[in-house]
Design a protein around this ligand. Sequence first.
Ligand code: ADP
Length: 199
Amino acid sequence: MRLVLLGPPAAGKGTQSARLQERYHIPQLSTGDILRAAVEAGTPGGLAAKAIMDRGGLVPDETVIGIVSDRLSEPDARGGFILDGFPRTVPQAEALARLLESQNLKLDAVIELKVDDAVLLGRIAKRASDSRAGGASIRSDDNPEAFKARLAAYHAQTEPVAAYYAGKGLLKTVDGMAPVETVAAEIAKLLDIAARSAP
Ligand code: ADP
């Protein structure tokens, strides 16, 4: 199963990816996680990305396309994967299509989690206050200003990616405001249908 999970920040992509990973035994590839690890490791690429990430902007396409291309060539991604946080722009989606095509591979489905902005803003405020209360560290881009920038980047640059996949007949949209279990069940149902109708 080769999947892309699309959705605004705090839509629940991480939660649903973890379930899909278990259900289909395929790795979750999160460009956000890989970039944060590069920041942590202090690599030159990581340091350049940090300033952009902290203000909620998008890291250049060439950087993330390189990351994904490297990650997809690792052995555990051969049997399938869940891409979480990539593609975020139409050029990234086109690069992914070329990458897969060169290996005679295809995406099985693109799942889009739909959540209203007001609900997302409420979730992020709660996430920050829960972390503070629990003494956990808060992601440096989980402050109101950076979050608004991430949301704006989603509307401007990633929503066209949903349209791109809708045009290819791959997009399945799920109500991300339903309870976690309901969202998971809905995704499983859509993927079972996609698997049955695959050529
Ligand atoms: P979220 O989905 O909660 O916004 P992520 O962990 O997916 O967070 O990403 C965090 C940050 O990493 C993004 O705001 C962006 O700066 C950078 N990033 C991650 N994936 C990409 C990508 N595909 N293209 C450009 N920037 C990215």
